[in-house]
Design a protein around this ligand. Structure first.
Ligand SMILES: NC(=O)c1ccc[n+]([C@@H]2O[C@H](COP(=O)([O-])OP(=O)(O)OC[C@H]3O[C@@H](n4cnc5c(N)ncnc54)[C@H](O)[C@@H]3O)[C@@H](O)[C@H]2O)c1
Length: 271
């Protein structure tokens, strides 16, 4: 077991990648706190984790709210005394109906003529509220949780912080300027904090998955998914397990020389 007796907190763990990462850590012997902004899924995953014979707790908090985040860390540390691993995973993906309609038209043009003539208009039509919500959940949330984790990890001289970035932050993806900016920001944050925290034995790294089959992609129309798959050399979406395996590597002692890196399981979408 690679994480026996360690304590972990996974944000956004009520579904998708976060849930799978939490289950993977628990199977390797970790006690895992399950954060989500939604209570029911967080409690359900916490029950799944406990059934594996380790400790769990559901901690409801909106990671974009620094007061919520502080209270969440206080609760986890009060219960378990310390924190070994933080996974900053909570995230959202927003696309307006107008952008989706343009996107579908552009995909049709691509198939028919080999090039897109319609701009999807995601930047041009972006509402302030969407821009701010995406940046605050992903980038503010990652920063707030990282700040609290460092207060626990730096004094004791060890810890692992794993930030969920995306290929969107490496290459920019069509129709998602807010999401791409947030994920690129997470990559910059990861590298800067990695440089300071390793002085106290705290490892900070990021994962930049390609497109993975979770509810986050539910807003994509079938034609949009087909285009994504056609652009992915391996010819399919990723699975949550394929991302959780990278998270386990970064959480465990196997990654003892891996500092400030961005590991991208993406089926070849970005090379
Ligand atoms: N699925 C993909 O293709 C993909 C690819 C690259 C990166 N990612 C990233 O992986 C992470 C997880 O995505 P997923 O695919 O599992 O999505 P998901 O929608 O399946 O799960 C996300 C979870 O985060 C929770 N959440 C949302 N906002 C929150 C907040 N403010 N505070 C706390 N919890 C919140 C949701 O309730 C949900 O349970 C996200 O950061 C996402 O951007 C996903």
């Amino acid at each position: 077991m690679k994480l026996k007796g360690r304590t972990a907190l996974v944000t956004g763990a009520g579904a998708g990648l976060g849930r799978e990462i939490a289950l993977t850590f628990a199977r390797e012997g970790a006690n895992v706190a399950i954060n989500d902004v939604r209570r029911e899924p967080a409690s359900a995953v916490a029950a799944e984790i406990e059934a594996l014979g380790v400790k769990s707790m559901a901690v409801v908090a909106d990671v974009s709210d620094s007061v919520d985040v502080r209270a969440m860390f206080e609760e986890v540390v009060a219960a378990w005394g310390t924190l070994d691993v933080l996974v900053n995973n909570a995230g959202i993906a927003l696309m307006s109906d107008a952008v989706k309609a343009n996107f579908l038209q552009a995909v049709g043009e691509l198939v028919a003529n080999g090039r897109m003539e319609t701009s999807v208009g995601a930047a041009r039509m972006m509402a302030d509220s969407q821009w701010r919500r995406t940046l605050s959940v992903h980038l503010d949330g990652t920063f707030y949780c990282t700040r609290e984790a460092l207060k626990v990890m730096e004094p004791r001289g060890s810890g692992k912080i794993i930030n969920m970035a995306s290929i969107a932050g490496l290459t920019g993806i069509l129709g998602a300027p807010d999401y791409s900016a947030a994920k690129a920001g997470i990559i910059g944050l990861t590298k800067s904090v990695a440089r300071e925290a390793i002085a106290r034995g705290v490892y900070v790294n990021a994962i930049a998955p390609g497109y993975v089959d979770t509810a986050l992609l539910d807003f994509l129309e079938p034609a949009m998914k087909q285009m994504i798959i056609a652009q992915t050399p391996i010819g399919r979406l990723g699975t949550p397990q394929e991302v959780a395996a990278v998270a386990l590597y970064l959480a465990s002692d196997d990654s003892s020389y891996t500092v400030g890196q961005v590991i991208s399981p993406n089926g070849g979408y970005v090379m």
